[in-house]
Design a protein around this ligand. Sequence first.
Ligand code: ZN
Length: 295
Amino acid sequence: MPSATPTNRPSPNGASPRRQRTIARAVACEGTGLHTGATVRVRIKPGPPGTGVVFVRTDLPGAPRIEASVANRIAQPRRTAIACGDAEVHTVEHLLSAAHGLGVDNLEVELDAFEAPGLDGSAIRYVELLGEAGLVEQDAPRREIVLRETITVEGRNGATLTASPNESGLRVSYSLDYPVKSLGKQTVSLDVTSERYAAEVAPARTFCLKAEADLLRMLGLGLGATFQNTLVFDEDGVIENTLRFPDEAARHKLLDLVGDLALLGASVRANVVAVKSGHDLNLELVRKILAAPPE
Ligand SMILES: [Zn+2]
């Protein structure tokens, strides 16, 4: 496994590096897993400096801990899942996206079931919860990866992801292209700041095509999904729901990408351009960034 090479480089304008952040107090919510349909209670607590985001399965003997790291990733369809031994947590990408998007480094997340709640299908509730908890700086510089070379990964059906150096911070762009009239081609790009993430990315809900929804049900997935927490597109538009953004689907894919980048265990200064990528390719990029030679 390649070792991470986060550095604590001063920012380009010579200012001292940003300090790590956690939350001021614990917050909680309850919901239903999108895939399992199981009720789950989540308690998000402050985490000590240098620990990253750690999930704790409070329903299992010994309350095992699972670090949000790409090394702990396990392959699961249509979600990001991590495990340590027999203890697993699934569908963690929306919570991780909220933390990464808001620049929160350290959290302890207690779950009493194996799938994080789907809530409204977006990351906005997690953003609100972290906001209610209050963000606090910690006495440690933020772990940061400064990309020195362009890294590209390619998947099936024309999916690509390219990360290139970008001194000013994290910039992400996502393009999708579906052969369904109501989705079609969409591209969304932004510099990831807490404010822009919260306003332009976090509210975007997960989605699928009508044909996929039928298939997922047949496979026993999507048991907690409804037309309210999952945008289901047919040729004419979204079924029994109203879009929050005309390009909500691309924004949600960008939300997932930011969540998967959280598995770097550090912030990254890079311009990440994604075309039709999903969790597998996102995590391949994460591995390649971590394997890149240190500066
Ligand atoms: Zn998602």
